[in-house]
Ligand binder design. Structure first.
Ligand SMILES: Nc1ncnc2c1ncn2[C@@H]1O[C@H](COP(=O)(O)OP(=O)(O)OP(=O)(O)O)[C@@H](O)[C@H]1O
Ligand SMILES: [Mg+2]
Length: 287
């Protein structure tokens, strides 16, 4: 365990480290900003990096409700809106979705593990209390990152220092954050989320899927009884790889359903995951 005085110092240390780097801290502690800087450092050293954004509300990779993975080989990759893989969680808050959060982040962390120098995992600010500790403990416990970076205002993440202090695999760095980091309001967060949804669905169109030919989670009987207009759906292929997300619009005849989605390979959809959220008025305007 090591206390670090400046972000610059930690960037320098980590840019020479291989393996998985897990960023942990409350909201607005500078995790995402740090990740971007670290990616820059790797690129300067011609090292490939994988970036996982497991924030399903304030997503920087892919639309909200998904965990995103991006393989970054050059500056262009770091700045465009592309992604390599997505995992559907189905909510914009981790509450009640711990299993998909943990499983999704782990699955994505394995994809480029052998082909990149390092993998950076950015996370949500849900870290405190039983809830936060459950989510983050099991995520870290499963992934076993080589490096755990704790962004702390005061001593609020001391439980994590305790929980992992005897783990031989994980090296922990603690960075005390400056008080001049700007906090974003609830309204700003909501606006950002809406913008990301709108961008994602901008090129969408209505498509028909046949429930008789597909599998789903929850299983098809529950799926049909629970689904409501404007629910978000995960559209997966026959290997349960997420192709994209869609919005449920209506039941049609003969077990058909009408959805709205930007994905172009609709024939590949063979599995549906039902999300818990519905898109809002603002997003509906583009449908
Ligand atoms: N070292 C820093 N000094 C000053 N401002 C910073 C610093 N790091 C980040 N910021 C600013 O603080 C705000 C929050 O930073 P950032 O988005 O990186 O936090 P975060 O921990 O990822 O938050 P969240 O959990 O909501 O995703 C941003 O406006 C960013 O520009
Ligand atoms: Mg962030």
């Amino acid at each position: 365990m090591k206390f670090i005085n400046s972000t610059q110092e930690l960037l320098e240390i980590l840019s020479n480290k291989k393996g998985i780097i897990f960023l942990l801290g409350q909201t607005d502690t500078g995790k995402t900003t740090f990740a971007k800087e670290l990616i820059k450092r790797y690129l300067e050293k011609n090292k490939k990096v994988a970036f996982i954004d497991s924030d399903i509300g304030q997503s920087t990779i892919g639309p909200p409700t998904t965990i995103g993975l991006k393989l970054i080989k050059c500056n262009e990759d770091a700045h465009n809106n592309n992604y390599s893989n997505l995992y559907f969680v189905g909510s914009t808050s981790p509450r009640g979705y711990f299993l998909p959060m943990v499983i999704g982040t782990y699955k994505l962390s394995q994809i480029f593990l052998k082909s990149v120098y390092s993998t950076i995992i950015d996370t949500t600010g849900l870290v405190l209390g039983d809830y936060g500790q459950n989510l983050k403990f099991y995520k870290i416990n499963l992934i076993l990152p080589g490096y755990l970076v704790i962004f702390e205002r005061e001593d609020e993440l001391k439980p994590y220092r305790e929980m992992f202090k005897n783990n031989k695999k994980i090296k922990t760095f603690i960075i005390k954050i400056k008080s001049d980091i700007k906090e974003r309001s609830y309204a700003q967060r909501e606006e950002y989320r809406e913008k990301k949804f709108r961008e994602y669905f901008k090129k969408g169109k209505e498509q028909i899927l046949n429930l008789g030919e597909l599998s789903s989670f929850p299983p098809i009987v529950e799926f049909k009884s629970r689904i409501q207009k404007f629910n978000v759906l995960g559209l997966e292929d026959e290997y349960n790889k997420l192709l994209g997300i869609g919005i449920f619009l209506d039941f049609e005849q003969n077990e058909n359903i009408k959805i709205y989605t930007p994905i172009t390979n609709i024939k590949k959809v063979s599995f549906l995951k039902l999300g818990s959220i519905k898109i809002t008025k603002e997003v509906k305007k583009i449908i």
